[in-house]
Write a protein that binds this ligand. Structure first.
Ligand code: ATR
Length: 265
């Protein structure tokens, strides 16, 4: 039986095993998908297991999406652009690193529901997933991308790679059509992101990359202010589907039943 994994730390929130095992069953694939919490020092050995075919493929999540890169032989264009890998597998004798977060984010925003083309976007955070969000927003054709991060150095580093972004000091406000949380604040139910309350205007769209819990305090506050909100579930589903397609060459089914199944967690 083929083995797949998601690696990260922490991992309690991950629904990757649930969705991939569901699709294995649906597509009659003889495989199992587990999760494993690792430390930085385990990464090299983990890649060896893929090279030795003990593991067929893996998803990489926080905080390893960038750290894994030095162990990869060939990066896809998307992984190179984002400097972030969330999908790993062997092709011939090479360890391949791919990024399906960009596509996952892009596909999660249906233009008929929320059209961000020519809009001004504020991104909170400058961690592992942020470059994928920036690249997804560029594909949509947004007007302006402003990034604010608690540690300013990190956002300045990001600006070296994406010179078109604007930098906003943490805690300062700006008028934006959409605010996207890419920080890890909210993964724990009690987490509260400290934000200036003037950001919460009713005509602003709020998006949180976090999908578990379903409603972070960030989204709760926005909803209470009458704002339109979206969590990271559709991004998660779409990136998982793209990883599945990469590994098995089958585009898995994404429908209401799947969404319901994932939400009942
Ligand atoms: P990494 O920082 O190793 O890339 P990550 O989980 O991908 O890890 O990113 C975490 C993001 O959440 C970062 O933007 C981080 O901000 P810092 O760069 O200042 O650490 C942000 N973050 C985590 N805890 C936070 C908090 N309590 N308040 C604000 N931002 C926070």
């Amino acid at each position: 039986m083929k083995k797949y994994l998601v690696i990260g730390n922490p991992l309690e929130h991950s629904l990757s095993p649930k969705i991939h095992n569901f699709w294995f069953k649906q597509n009659k694939i003889n495989a199992i998908y587990n999760k494993e919490t690792l430390e930085d020092a385990d990464l090299e050995n983990f890649i060896k297991m893929i090279r030795n075919k003990k593991i067929e493929g893996a998803n990489i999540t926080v905080p390893f999406k960038e750290k894994i890169i030095k162990f990869i032989d060939i990066l896809s264009d998307e992984a190179k652009d984002a400097n972030s890998v969330n999908t790993v597998y062997m092709s011939g004798n090479n360890i391949m690193g791919h990024n399906t977060d960009i596509a996952g984010f892009y596909l999660s925003l249906k233009p008929e529901t929320i059209n961000l083309k020519d809009k001004n976007i504020l991104i909170l955070g400058a961690g592992g997933v942020t470059p994928s969000i920036i690249l997804g927003l560029r594909m949509i054709g947004v007007k302006k991308i402003i990034v604010s991060n608690r540690t300013k150095d990190k956002v300045l580093k990001l600006k070296e790679r994406f010179s078109f972004i604007e930098v906003l000091n943490w805690g300062e406000t700006v008028k934006a059509n959409a605010i996207i949380n890419t920080t890890s604040v909210g993964l724990k139910k009690t987490d509260k992101i400290q934000l200036n309350s003037s950001l919460f205007t009713p005509d602003t769209f709020f998006y949180d990359v976090i999908y578990n819990p379903k409603e972070t305090n960030f989204l709760k506050k926005a909803k209470n202010e009458g704002c339109m909100v979206q969590n990271g579930l559709m991004m998660f589903i779409n990136q998982a589907a793209a990883s599945f397609k990469t590994w098995h060459n089958i585009m898995p089914n994404v429908d209401k039943n799947l969404i319901k199944f994932l939400q009942n967690d």
